[in-house]
Design a protein around this ligand. Structure first.
Ligand code: ADE
Ligand code: ZN
Length: 326
């Protein structure tokens, strides 16, 4: 069997996906037209040409601009359904999706509009595609902790449908310690907690995510490899890392996909997974991340099976839910 067929046939889960990052340029134009939003681009080609990033902030500037076309419950529903169809075709059985409510509430789009649209699509994806999903609310770390608290309060009526909270946006200068109190409040509500750490930020931010936020997973974690003691700790704790190879390439976290550390992570015993992050912006959904990375770094079939297993053991599915997928 060829590599691509082998990968697509492996049951797997996606654990690091920003739903706003699945907004394709074609959809951006469609939503802009139906909502009467002006875009600073004349064509889909012009949008794609703007997707040349030299770091995380370059990307975030255009990603937040793109999200301005998302206004109605239908927009969030359609956005998420398009994602679920793509990832189902890649052989995913489960997805844990991030959303950034502050990106929308800041523009006057109510929290409920966003959450109701996404949750309706999640139900439809399970019924029509057999893809299960869980929703993770991310706090924007460039905003204040007070703002994060207000967002957590907005989410209170939805807590039975939100599995956890995360931390994303501009990493350097906004360490996990800034959000210690709101993460404690989230944990007190029984939520799981994850945080982006070590994408651009130093190993110290990964330590803070572990010690101050008490995270259940680290999103990215690449720079943890610079610290041998930290790496050893992540191995011993069985901490899942949600790694995003094509994102790392596009945001210049790695110079070349062949130099990506995913294989080294597995060899070190780290519980790494492969994910797409913001597939519409970084040139590939889940399957393409797996296939291109496997080719570039020479992943063995055993290593691919390990990555697939890690995607379930690192998920927030119960053992019974995992068993139902395998
Ligand atoms: N928001 C969307 N994608 C992100 C990433 N890779 N890092 C931080 N914030 C993000
Ligand atoms: Zn991310």
């Amino acid at each position: 069997q060829d590599l691509e067929g082998f990968i697509l046939g492996l049951p797997k889960a996606e654990l690091h996906l920003h739903i706003e990052g699945s907004l394709e340029p074609e959809q951006m134009f469609e939503f802009a037209r139906r909502n009467g939003v002006a875009l600073p681009f004349a064509s889909v080609e012009e949008v794609r040409a703007a997707y040349a990033f030299s770091n995380l902030q370059d990307f975030l500037d255009i990603y937040y601009q793109g999200a301005r076309v998302l206004l109605t419950r239908q927009d969030f529903h359609d956005l998420a359904m398009a994602y679920f169809r793509r990832v189902a075709a890649d052989g995913a059985r489960h997805a844990e999706i991030f959303f950034d409510p502050q990106t929308h509430t800041e523009r006057g789009v109510p929290f409920d509009v966003v959450a109701d649209g996404l949750l309706a699509a999640m139900d439809q994806a399970q019924a029509e595609l057999g893809v299960t999903s869980k929703l993770i609310l991310c706090f924007l770390r460039h905003l204040s902790e007070d703002d994060a608290f207000a967002t957590l309060n907005h989410a209170d009526p939805y807590l039975d449908r939100i599995v956890g909270v995360g931390l994303d946006s501009s990493e350097v200068g906004h360490p996990p310690s800034k959000f210690e109190k709101v993460f404690a409040a989230a944990r007190a509500r029984g939520l799981k907690v994850v945080a982006h750490a070590g994408e651009e930020g130093p190993p110290a931010y990964v330590y803070e995510a572990l010690d101050l936020l008490e995270v259940d997973r680290i999103d990215h974690g690449n720079r943890a490899l610079e610290d041998a003691a930290l790496t050893q700790r992540l191995v011993l704790e069985g901490m899942t890392l949600t790694v995003c190879p094509l994102s790392n390439l596009k945001l210049c976290v790695v110079d070349d996909l062949a130099a990506h550390p995913i294989r080294r992570m597995l060899q070190l015993g780290l519980r790494a997974t492969v994910n797409s992050d913001d597939p519409a912006y970084f040139g590939g959904y889940l399957g393409q991340n797996w296939v291109e990375t496997a080719k570039a770094v020479g992943l063995t079939r055993d290593e691919l099976v390990t990555l697939a297993r890690n995607s379930f053991t690192g998920s927030f599915l119960t053992d019974d839910e995992i068993a139902a997928h395998l």
